[in-house]
Design a protein around this ligand. Sequence first.
Ligand code: COA
Length: 262
Amino acid sequence: MSYQFLTIERNGSVERVTLNRPDVRNAFNEHVIAELTTWATRAHHDPSLRVVVMAGAGKVFSAGADAAWMAKMAAYSHDDNVRDARAGAEMFLAINTIPVIVIGRIQGAALGGGSGLAAVCDIVVADTDAIFGFTETKLGILPAMISPYVLQKIGASAARELFLTGARFNAAKAKAIGLVHDVVPANELDAAVDRYVAEALTASPTAVARAKRLIPDVLGHAPGDVIGITADAIAAQRVSQEGQEGLKAFLEKRTPAWTAKP
Ligand code: COA
């Protein structure tokens, strides 16, 4: 599969996907959305994939939705607008549910949908000078398609400030509200990402997939209402091949068979 706006590099079970429209700061239009959706759909069905690093080429990670693309939507019918917007929403859903660890590498800026892309990553590492923002209201539009994922990360209180004002904020604040997990100087960004990749490769692939599924299944429910889901999940996993391998490896003081080096 060849892509026009994405660069894909594979190293064993680790895939790096790089948004590649640096001239417009990796803003995404309908073509980028289609390519990212195709890539994410493929990633869902790749049994040898264990870690994804999501990155952006050039100075910034992503400036979000392409303003020129959205401006031209005024010439489209309401139905065509909804169809186009749904394609974007499906892209975020497809990335959000990839059953492996997705690491976001954020340099420079992640704005609008760029911050939304950060929100659908499991682990986000940003450089100290990176700026973030749900800037949509400043452009007269809304952070709509990204809202479910951003709300799960930052909660309603931070969203009420940041969605409504569209204010830009720094990496330290992004970390404080839960959008970012680690902030490092720009020249240490790749080393930090590599550390998370190495850590990810020590976790059981089936346990990772099931743990990632468990979070949205449990979130927002009363503990008593999810006893069935949580009991079923651990009952199935501890007798699975990897469950048994991991428990035995611990007791035998050895490394589990799934452990890989980057
Ligand atoms: N959509 C379309 N084009 C965009 C864009 C976007 N979201 N963001 C940047 N670009 C274009 C600029 O128009 C400019 O094009 P030009 O070279 O033809 O003038 C080019 O990318 C470079 O942008 P510039 O602002 O000069 O780059 P910078 O490195 O100084 O700043 C950003 C980078 C990301 C901080 C800045 O471009 C920015 O704030 N972009 C808007 C982000 C935003 O609000 N996104 C929300 C969209 S919903």
